[in-house]
Design a binder for this molecule. Structure first.
Ligand SMILES: [Zn+2]
Length: 241
């Protein structure tokens, strides 16, 4: 089980972001619609990350706190154990309450999924979306004595010799984080593999770009995530079932 000290190393991404990106789907108002929207976006996250090769067998897990379809509050939505990520659809995702009891669906998630994701939310109730993967380049970095990314060591938990967990306020943003984490880790490993000295970008150059990025972060994340939504709608339209 995760210690509180370790879990709290997952840095907060609870800042409020806005985005004017139009969603590529329509749902009715109310709990059922919000539940359906979460199901659609989670199905895209699972399938999109699978398409990008960032998952591992039938392990790893993504979860979101979302309204129950019956209107009885929120529960944690996650995929049922045994499905490949390419098989996840909006309707086969399940929901468990804070005690890991099933409240939607009938196939339980992997025990580790409930333990890790519910455990994180005990100490980080603001962690609306939690994603855990063993994506290869980030996992390779996690095996180093100093696993920090040269350009980013916050908002993410590197799990030694294991993988990564990221939290975010939206599914799109968590998806975007995992994607760019992997790309950064890949570039870092490739650069270090040259055995030449890596030239870091001066802090003074990074800060202005960082400010712009943070201001429009949700817009960038939505644009990226919804492009994956449209791509999957063409190539794997059954995710919306
Ligand atoms: Zn794991």
């Amino acid at each position: 089980m995760w210690s509180r000290a370790v879990v709290t190393r997952v840095q907060a991404l609870s800042r409020t972001f806005t985005s004017s990106c139009a969603k590529p789907y329509a749902v009715p108002e109310g709990p059922w619609g919000a539940n359906r929207a979460a199901r659609l976006e989670m199905a895209v996250a699972y399938r999109g990350l699978d398409q990008l090769g960032l998952n591992e067998g039938v392990c790893n897990h993504l979860s979101v706190m979302a309204p129950r379809a019956d209107g009885k509050g929120e529960a944690m939505m996650v995929f049922p154990y045994g499905l490949h990520w390419s098989e996840v659809t909006a309707s086969n995702l399940v929901m468990v309450d804070g005690d890991a009891k099933m409240v939607e669906g009938d196939t339980e998630p992997e025990l580790a999924a409930s333990c890790i994701h519910l455990g994180i939310r005990e100490v980080r109730p603001d962690a609306k979306v939690v994603m855990h993967t063993h994506q290869p380049y980030v996992t390779a970095l996690s095996c180093l004595k100093d696993p920090r990314l040269l350009m980013c060591d916050k908002d993410v938990l590197f799990m030694g010799h294991h993988g990564v967990i990221t939290t975010a306020s939206t599914i799109a943003m968590a998806f975007d984080h995992l994607y760019y984490l992997e790309r950064c880790a890949e570039l870092q490993i490739l650069a270090l593999a040259t055995q030449k000295e890596v030239e870091l970008i001066p802090e003074a150059h990074c800060q202005p770009m960082s400010d712009v990025f943070w201001r429009d972060m949700q817009k960038y994340a939505d644009s990226h995530f919804y492009s994956m939504y449209r791509r999957l709608r063409k190539t794997q339209p059954d995710f919306e079932l």
